[in-house]
Design a protein around this ligand. Structure first.
Ligand SMILES: NC(=O)C1=CN([C@@H]2O[C@H](COP(=O)(O)OP(=O)(O)OC[C@H]3O[C@@H](n4cnc5c(N)ncnc54)[C@H](O)[C@@H]3O)[C@@H](O)[C@H]2O)C=CC1
Ligand SMILES: O=C(O)C(=O)COP(=O)(O)O
Length: 526
């Protein structure tokens, strides 16, 4: 049975799913060295933002197949290191969207009405109404930085509260922003004009310290900033200085450069600074959502099924995957086949999406083709996660093309590889009930389902060859399950595709090419 380590607090709903397929150990609060010492026993690791999954931990996780992040941000996981090791990293892109958006809105209203400090004041026995006069958000301008899932929900609710909306997001269309009632502007203008600024972007090299002394200096002295996205997007020292000097009015932070927050100037600021301990996703609903979402994906991957929200398999969204799943298997089979026909050391692979398939996303099919191509060399070590990297490291040139005009089958996939045995090509399609068929080998039309052991010959189409080959195989005790000849012209060159019941014995290929009329023979194990 597989073993899963849960190293951050996860809702029981997720644990219940994991226990269907694995032994689950919940060990929270482990120090990095303690995690490194035990991770080698586990097939899967389930985390939230508390566990730092460093390269060292990934190296020590020799059995790891999947890291599941029960939340959105995966900046606490060394994704390139996981990808190199073929470990799939999944998250829950939508499970806590509403929770995080509502926390940002709560922060905005709390800042405006001083709710945390007013509450503390009453609880300490005071009745002070003068110190806590607030401001309204109605008709104020909210600047949303990052108009993704959380930013969009914040914008929708803020609009309903009568706020004017500016947004900065270089990856979002003007139409999308307009649908949400936002005016898309550059960051400088947003900083200058907004009364409230709320951050909903990932932490990346581009966004680290996006809010710094220079950008803070552009804000209005009455403006407030809210960060429920990631610590480190705001330069905390510069923010504390800007509030102290009165350059800006205030801030509310849920996330910090270093968590848990240690000694910090931020703690010494008064009612204009609200701090929460990374609570954005901490609602009952969100925790159930993310735990179920990620546990299901871990369960699926441990059962050999694909994950729906893998962050290190580009282009493999759930919809794409569902639609392309049968074609992924076709691509893998063709990749494996053409790789063997081309011999080891493949230098280049061309993947051509044909007919109806040409309108689909090609990337998943290219990755699946590469996985098949590399299977002979890497066996189970190659998967959808690392196939592209492994191919790149081997210097395999990958060319993607599409040809919608090919009409032989509803949609077909054509792969051509050049390796030590020259250039070879195969085409395949899905027929009937999604059954894989080889429809072309080296330009010769055939129609055979692939089988575990196959023999291909290139020969001259002339009487007697099939009989001679049959007798030869018989003399080596090789049983033929099916056979088909593909030719373009009568008595010209032809290809023979044979399915055989057992692997071809050593030495037989050199005997086959001695048969008069047979020029080449290739054996393939799928
Ligand atoms: N405080 C908490 O507990 C939680 C925090 N988060 C964090 O909130 C953030 C947003 O999450 P989602 O909305 O789900 O992500 P998302 O991926 O849906 O949206 C992010 C948006 O940021 C934009 N973006 C990327 N780089 C940018 C840049 N350089 N400048 C401006 N915009 C940029 C993207 O185009 C995208 O529209 C993430 O950092 C996530 O980790 C998410 C959930 C809970
Ligand atoms: O989902 C996210 O990105 C979060 O920041 C939530 O973090 P958490 O799961 O509460 O540790």
């Amino acid at each position: 049975m597989s073993k899963v380590l849960v190293s951050d607090p996860i809702d029981q709903a997720g644990i219940d799913i994991l226990t269907q397929v694995a032994t689950v150990d919940v060990k929270t609060g482990l120090k990095p060295a303690e995690l490194t010492a035990i991770i080698g026993e586990y097939d899967a690791l389930m985390i939230r933002s508390g566990t730092q999954v460093t390269e060292e931990i990934i190296q020590a996780g020799t059995q790891l197949k999947i890291i599941g992040r029960a939340g959105v941000g995966v900046d606490n996981v060394d994704i390139p290191a996981a990808t190199r090791r073929g470990i799939v990293v999944v998250n829950s892109p939508e499970g806590n969207t509403i929770a995080a958006a509502e926390h940002a809105l709560a922060m905005m209203l709390s800042l405006s009405r001083h709710i945390p400090d007013a509450n503390a004041s009453v609880k300490s026995g005071e009745w002070d109404r003068k110190s806590f006069v607030g401001v309204e958000v109605y008709k104020k301008t909210l600047g949303v930085v990052g108009l993704g899932k959380i930013g969009s929900h914040v914008a929708t609710v803020a609009k309903a509260m009568g706020m004017k909306l500016l947004a900065y997001d270089p990856f979002i269309s003007t139409e999308r922003a307009e649908q949400l009632g936002c005016q898309l502007v550059e960051i400088d203008l947003l900083m200058q004009q907004a009364d409230y600024i709320t951050l909903h972007i990932p932490k990346t090299p581009q966004t680290t310290h996006l809010i710094n002394a220079t950008t803070l200096a552009k804000m209005k002295p009455t403006a407030r900033i809210i960060n429920c996205a990631r610590g480190g997007i705001i330069d905390e020292a510069a923010l504390a200085a800007a509030i102290k000097s009165g350059q800006i009015k205030g801030a509310a932070l849920d996330v910090f450069e270093s968590e848990p927050l240690g000694e910090s100037d931020l703690r010494s600021l008064g009612k204009e600074m609200i701090l929460t301990p990374h609570l954005g996703a901490s609602t009952t609903e969100a925790q159930v959502n993310v735990a179920i979402d990620v546990a299901e994906q871990i369960r699926d991957v441990l059962l050999g099924l694909p994950a729906r929200s893998a962050v290190n398999i580009p282009g493999f969204g759930p919809d794409v995957l569902e639609e392309l799943k049968p074609y992924m298997q076709l691509a893998e089979t063709l990749g494996n086949l053409v790789g063997q026909l081309a011999g080891g050391r493949v230098e280049s692979l061309t993947v051509r999406l044909q007919g109806e398939l040409a309108t689909n996303k090609s990337q998943p099919l290219v990755v699946a083709s590469l996985k098949g191509l590399l299977y002979q060399a890497l066996r189970e070590r190659v998967n959808y996660v690392n196939a592209s990297i492994e191919a790149k490291e081997r210097g395999i040139r990958v060319i993607e093309t599409r040809d919608a005009s090919v009409r032989d089958y509803a949609g077909s996939l054509h792969l051509e590889a050049t390796g030590t045995l020259g250039t070879h090509s195969v085409t395949g399609a899905l027929l009937g009930d999604k059954e894989i068929h080889l429809t072309d080998v080296d330009g010769f039309p055939i129609n055979v389902p692939p089988s575990k052991y196959m023999l291909f010959t290139l020969h001259r189409d002339m009487p007697g060859i099939i009989g001679k080959l049959g007798s030869l195989l018989g003399s080596f005790n090789v049983n033929i399950a099916s056979m088909q000849v593909g030719r373009k012209i009568v008595r010209g060159d032809a290809v023979m595709a044979l399915s055989i019941d057992d692997p071809l014995p050593d030495g037989i290929l050199s005997e086959i090419v001695k048969v008069a009329g047979i020029r080449d023979a290739y054996t393939v194990n799928l």
